[in-house]
Ligand binder design. Structure first.
Ligand code: AMP
Length: 285
């Protein structure tokens, strides 16, 4: 595995592959790899001649009171895991290289970025779309893999790729969970033992909602009330939002249908956790 740390080198590598007629798959990450990241990488490996993974903790997508400083970082461990997973290039640029003095351009996906996580994290999604657009230009992949874990991010990026004609195929990868159901996340390491127990409320709530829908419930309000009640039986949980939306436009729904997704965001102490699943389809939890 090659490690590339500056953008000129990354760009040159991508140009050389294009000239040689080779295809590139891409997985952008913020590092602190877990089995979810590795699963994306393994899928992406199958999709092109080469796999590039970026590792960049993007300051632009963190709010002033968020965890940019404390976000877990372990480059050597990540590099070893990426190499093992079959990554060809690990691209780990510096913030100074990505955002040099004078940097002032941003990519904004207007409507999708404002709701749900965007409402509690103002500016977050323009940080995400800006870095992903820059990485797409530097890596020049034909295909990129994103996790369904960050469902709204997937929608926002798909919209950006379509609106701005990136010509990159976006693949959605299923959520990878711990044996007890908690969605894997680099932020799970922040949780105390008690918080880790309470974090399971997300998975339990999704399971419960899917069961209600399987048994015929279609009224959004009824399902949301049940989910709300269940989550609040777990100690220390603060609900950020619970929402049932259609999976494309993320519009709130009144009646549950094939396109309905339940999206959840909670806070446990200083940790913010998200989870989601479709409600009617068979391929969920
Ligand atoms: P991150 O490093 O948290 O920015 O995540 C990098 C990519 O991995 C994103 O596309 C995430 O959606 C995806 N990802 C993170 N955790 C999971 C998970 N538990 N299951 C599936 N994909 C995930």
């Amino acid at each position: 595995m090659e490690i590339i740390c500056n953008i000129a080198e990354m760009s040159a590598w991508s140009s050389a592959q294009a000239a040689a007629g080779k295809s590139i798959a891409f997985v952008p990450t913020m590092g602190c790899f877990h089995a979810g990241h590795l699963s994306l990488m393994r899928q992406a490996c199958q999709l092109a001649d080469y796999l590039v993974v970026s590792l960049f903790v993007n300051p632009l997508q963190f709010g002033p009171k968020e965890d940019l400083e404390t976000y877990p970082r372990d480059f050597d461990r990540d590099a070893a895991m990426a190499s093992e997973a079959g990554v060809n290039v690990l691209f780990a640029p510096t913030a100074a290289d990505i955002y040099p003095a004078g940097f002032q351009s941003q990519v904004n996906v207007e409507v999708l970025s404002q709701r749900l996580c965007g409402a509690s994290r103002p500016g977050h999604f323009s940080g995400v779309t800006t870095i992903v657009a820059k990485l797409f230009h530097l890596v020049r992949p034909q295909v990129a893999v994103f996790g369904r874990k960050d469902f709204q991010q997937l929608c926002v990026i798909s919209r950006m790729v379509q609106d701005l004609n990136f010509g990159i195929k976006i693949i959605a990868h299923p959520i990878v969970r711990e044996p007890d159901g908690l969605a894997m996340s680099s932020r799970n390491c922040y949780l105390s033992e008690d918080e880790r127990h309470s974090a399971l409320c997300l998975y339990k709530a999704i399971k419960h909602a899917r069961q209600m829908v399987r048994q015929g419930a279609r009224d959004t309000k009824t399902v949301l009330a049940a989910v709300h009640g269940l989550i609040l039986t777990y100690p220390s949980v603060r609900i950020d939002y619970i929402s049932i939306v259609d999976r494309f436009a993320l519009n709130e729904q009144i009646v549950i249908d094939q396109d309905s997704v339940l999206l959840l965001a909670i806070r446990l102490g200083r940790t913010r956790l998200i989870d989601n699943d479709v409600l009617l389809e068979g391929d969920g939890i």
